[in-house]
Design a protein around this ligand. Structure first.
Ligand code: PRP
Length: 212
């Protein structure tokens, strides 16, 4: 293993990343040190030929696109929003949720003017309404999107719905589903070319361990 290149894997920090590491562990790519906690960010496992590092979930695609990581795990929402130049190798079948339009219970689109849409996913929202020929005014926010219609900042939101709890507790409801989302394994295009055998082995091992 020593003269072989280590495969650099960008893991999304948080709940999804923990699940992904569990899958990699079961697939034979263990690195027990990663479970020790603390503030360390890079973990090498020379025995299995991989090196893990934790990054902010929305940054995984940047690391992979630019080749700082060979592969990574990212939500389909990020791939649709930023359209990075990467290969999408596998749907891991975890981190399942949906991208949806939501609004207050009494919302009616009167079409008299542009629809005010609050979202973290401006590109997805623009494409969605472009397809429908609906004129919109995008209000780009960075979090707590559900607040926008409650405070009259927007008419609707485009956001991720997982359990639906956030919408329910704020008296909002799904008006329209846009696309189902789940976690994807992605690869840097050049890295894939040069390390195809190693990357395919990881992909196949993860595919074999998928629950569905
Ligand atoms: C996401 C999303 C919704 C919530 C949906 O927010 O933006 O607010 O999760 O999950 P639910 O349907 O299970 O309630 P996140 O926790 O990422 O925080 P944010 O407010 O910073 O976007």
């Amino acid at each position: 293993m020593s003269n072989k290149k280590m495969i650099q894997i960008a893991l999304p920090k948080g709940r999804l990343g923990d699940k992904v590491y569990e899958m990699l562990d079961k697939a034979g790519y263990s690195c027990p040190e990663i479970l020790e906690g603390g503030r360390k960010l890079i973990f090498e496992s020379p025995e299995t030929g991989v090196c893990y590092f934790w990054v902010k979930p929305s940054d995984v695609a940047i690391y992979v696109e630019r080749g700082a990581a060979d592969i990574g795990i990212v939500g389909k929402d990020i791939l649709l929003e930023y359209e990075p130049e990467v290969y999408e190798l596998l749907d891991l079948g975890i981190g399942k949720c949906r991208m949806a339009v939501a609004a207050k219970e009494d919302f009616r689109d009167d079409k008299a003017g542009p629809l005010r849409v609050a979202t973290k996913f401006s590109h997805i929202a623009m494409e969605h309404y472009l397809d429908r020929g609906r004129d919109i005014d995008i209000i780009h926010l960075n979090g707590s999107i559900e607040l926008a219609p409650l405070l009259g900042l927007s008419d609707v939101i485009v956001d991720i719905v997982e359990t639906g709890t956030t919408l329910r507790e704020n008296h909002l409801h799904v008006v329209e589903e846009i696309v189902p989302i789940s976690a994807r394994l992605i690869a840097n295009k050049a890295s894939y070319k040069f390390n195809q055998a190693s990357i395919d082995r990881i992909t196949d091992a993860l595919a074999a361990g998928k629950e569905n």
